[in-house]
Design a binder for this molecule. Structure first.
Ligand code: AHR
Length: 321
């Protein structure tokens, strides 16, 4: 009898607990963020992925991470799958600027806010995303150009430049070219004699630089690479051609990853313009603010610097990526 009463009491308590569960479970429900990453094309991208993954853990946000392997179709698929899974927020770094309008409309119709990180999209209706956080790529191109103009002051004759562009159609490739050209066009001595994509990878950077060297040889005075990885690949090609990178050919690149500092300390790269991949903490804060109903600024610009080879050894120990 006693045993039966105890069992009944225990079951009643269990029932009461179960009834209360949905409320407390709801209160503790984690925010779910779907993030579509471009791929793993560069040292920069690896650091960016790591920043987003560790920041989500720290913030207690559940991260659904998809790697698009540098293909836009994979990003679109990932975003559609996030919509189907009803995530709370979608964030992505668009591989190229155009072609995302339709899928962004689908996210909007599903009432899922979208945050752009690192790269922008080119859409007529900017209500399709909440905010865009990342670098000012035009400014990075200008910084690279200004450094070069200063460096070449007082040197006689033409300055023949070869350019390794980033992924065709991507915001950093378009804007870094634009910013750089805006600066160098003021002096007719500066000429871009060859310009081709190296898709932001070391392997492609090397391959395209080999072709530039074959076509132009000793005519080349400067290499402008849209990222450090392509510059590092190109350094190898220059050495294999029997020339001295950083001396026979001045090398200007962008990102400021550790690999670039190592190349600068070895005297093989002249300058790198900073582009920070450490966007994770900022992204998680934005996600939390959004869920708390706070308004976000439409554009959040990362503050960055520039590092010539002369400061590389002193700066290297402080680098986080
Ligand atoms: O979008 C940022 C660019 O993408 C970085 O400069 C480059 O290294 C990366 O692949």
């Amino acid at each position: 009898m006693k045993f039966q009463r105890r069992t009944l009491l225990a079951s009643a308590a269990a029932l009461a607990f179960a009834a209360a569960l949905p409320m407390s479970a709801m209160a503790q429900k984690k925010i779910v963020l779907g993030f579509s990453q471009i791929g793993a094309e560069s040292e920069w991208r690896t650091a960016n992925t790591e920043s987003i993954k560790s920041a989500s853990k720290e913030a207690g946000i559940e991260l659904k991470f998809a790697d698009a392997q540098q293909k836009q179709e994979n990003q679109i698929k990932a975003i559609r799958s996030f919509i189907a899974q009803k995530v709370d927020v979608i964030a992505f770094s668009p591989v190229v600027e155009t072609g995302f309008e339709q899928v962004l409309r689908e996210a909007k119709a599903a009432k899922i806010p979208v945050i752009l990180t690192d790269r922008a999209v080119n859409v007529k209706d900017d209500s399709l995303y909440v905010t865009f956080m990342g670098s000012d790529f035009i400014e990075e191109g200008k910084r690279a150009g200004n450094w070069l103009v200063e460096k070449m002051k007082g040197t006689p004759g033409d300055v023949n430049i070869v350019e390794l562009q980033g992924t065709v159609g991507s915001a950093p490739a378009i804007d870094r070219k634009k910013g750089f050209e805006e600066v160098i066009k003021a002096d007719p001595r500066f000429k871009i004699i060859r310009s081709q994509t190296g898709d932001f990878t070391r392997a492609k950077g090397k391959e395209v630089m080999e072709a530039f060297l074959k076509a132009e040889g000793k005519k080349i005075n400067v290499l402008y690479a849209h990222n450090d990885d392509m510059a590092i690949g190109a350094i190898q090609a220059i050495e294999e051609a029997g020339m001295k990178p950083g001396k026979d050919i001045i090398i200007v690149s962008i990102d400021a990853v550790k690999g670039a500092f190592e190349a600068m300390m070895a005297g093989k790269l002249n300058v790198t313009v900073e582009c920070s991949p450490l966007l994770g903490p900022q992204l998680m804060q934005a996600v939390k603010d959004l869920k708390a109903g706070k308004a976000l600024p439409k554009r959040i610009v990362t503050q960055e610097s520039i590092f010539p080879m002369e400061v590389a050894a002193a700066e290297f120990p402080k680098r986080k990526y």
